[in-house]
Design a protein around this ligand. Sequence first.
Ligand SMILES: Cc1cc2nc3c(=O)[nH]c(=O)nc-3n(C[C@H](O)[C@H](O)[C@H](O)COP(=O)(O)OP(=O)(O)OC[C@H]3O[C@@H](n4cnc5c(N)ncnc54)[C@H](O)[C@@H]3O)c2cc1C
Ligand code: SF4
Ligand code: SF4
Length: 554
Amino acid sequence: MEREAIEFDIIFVGGGPASLSSAIHLTNLIQKHNEDIAGGTQQGETIDIEDKIAVVEKGAYFGAHNISGALLMPGVLSELLPDHKELGCPIDAEVTRESIYYLTRQGQIKVPFIPSFLNNHGNYVISLSKFVSWLAQIAEKKQVMMLEATAAVEILYEDTKVIGIRTDDKRLQETGEYETPGYLLNAKVVVLGEGSNGTLRRSIVEKLNLNQDKTPSIYELGVKEIYELKSNPLKKGECIHTLGYPFRRGLSGGGFIYCMSETKVAIGLIAHLSSEDPQFDPHKELQRYKQHPLINSIIKDGTPSHYGARTLPCGGYFSIPKLTSDGIMLIGDSANLVDSQKLKGLHTAIKSGMLAAEVLFEALKANDFSADRLAQYEEKLKHSWIYSDLRKGRNFTPAVAKGVPFPGGLLLGLQMLTGGALPLGNLETKPDYSTTEDMKTFYGTKVPEPLPKIDDRIIISKLTDVYFSGTEHDEKQQSHIYLKDEAVCRKCISDYQSPCTEFCPANVYELESDRIRVNFSNCLHCKTCDLKCPFENIVWNLPEGGGGPRYTLQ
Ligand SMILES: Cc1cc2nc3c(=O)[nH]c(=O)nc-3n(C[C@H](O)[C@H](O)[C@H](O)COP(=O)(O)OP(=O)(O)OC[C@H]3O[C@@H](n4cnc5c(N)ncnc54)[C@H](O)[C@@H]3O)c2cc1C
Ligand code: SF4
Ligand code: SF4
């Protein structure tokens, strides 16, 4: 297929907070540099921005695929944009009241103190999709080329040097040709800010062996619903975190309720993909969670309006891959920088993007994009608060993943009391796909607990929730998901009862007699399935840009 090639200096893949912060910081540095030269306070050449820096986002619009809790630590935003409030940053509320509860099946115990790492006082309650859309408008005003509804589907190499990306072909015709072929976007540096378990990130980490000597990346799945309330017992900006119910053997994680406004609350669960349960289903657990008296008392008169799901990397310190190579840099969740102890990754995404921008600025000034030059980003990260914070919580998730209360709870206590010094070294973790047990091993003679009757108000079906996420894909394309070997599925259906039909938060996988049907147009791009299929039998490719969820408030 004939493809047009376009030349850029820097291409950011993924329009999330990491890439957008990086693009904004880079253009700020360039503008200041150009002004200094024009004003005669500095010698040198000016640097062009227009048509030189681009951000490529697969969502139909910037913000369409971005979902988070989302509590944002404001310090780093002030570093990026000191005047963010004057610029109209969409802050829903500031946290004024917070609590942590341990839930039993029917009761709750309020934890009498908030550990310092969970203290959210003064943090912003935001909608990530609105925040990203706002950042994108700022980047656009700074002459960054904003390519929405465009998926980067392949990294282009010259030997092992990254020289650009290829974008998606659009609209498959009956002839087998595409109406609009994708472009070759050549660049001096490609910055990967794809978020959690990015497809290009995965391919480059494997190709260049960037994970050598690192522990495997492990993940959590977050599912979240937003309710409109007639009467709201919470105060705007109030946050509740919960432990305990519905978490149990084979299910670890926590729950949250954030009050976004007088009439809106976000309710969510974050569950580790390291679960042994072959029927692991965070969406179902979220429905159970809402039946708990504490949660039910908040939403009992409410109406659900929005839904979304997304994985987040939680391996932390020991799982950070090599973050630069010739022509490439990894930032944000693509770099595994989520601080799971704090339950946050927005601040590290923004800061890592800014540090990458500082190195890119020097590279542009010196016209030197060598691997050694880009490696300065890793040095900057190692000397930043990102690394020291992640080091303090280095065994947090690995301890939880070992199972709470035993032995994980003990290890967790040690980790928290000693600021990470104990347990010594690196608690081993296994890739998430490998932890699932078969039905007989996990359940023995018991059967999984069924969900109470769906009413689509408190107990919501997956399909209704998919509707709330606004998800759609143009049907004129090949499925972006395929199963490698149907014989493997048949064995899995009989021994594991097809985990994909449970863990997928969007009902993409359906059991039809002895085979799996893939309803790709429901896909939320949460990126769970290629991590959690016990046989690594699922391939998730990038669909045409513009498909997927259309988040507005998540
Ligand atoms: C349920 C949940 C709750 C959370 N709560 C909090 C919280 O309260 N506070 C906090 O600080 N953090 C929280 N986090 C974590 C936080 O949201 C992430 O760490 C942060 O969003 C990472 O930013 P990012 O820019 O790296 O990735 P993302 O925000 O995931 O953005 C990546 C973007 O890249 C796009 N993309 C991916 N691949 C391609 C491609 N090949 N081509 C084109 N586009 C592509 C995606 O569509 C997406 O828009 C939460 C996460 C979840 C899932
Ligand atoms: S896709 Fe994976 S999880 Fe689903 S039935 Fe096949 S092997 Fe099992
Ligand atoms: S198909 Fe995979 S990526 Fe899509 S919603 Fe289901 S688990 Fe998530």
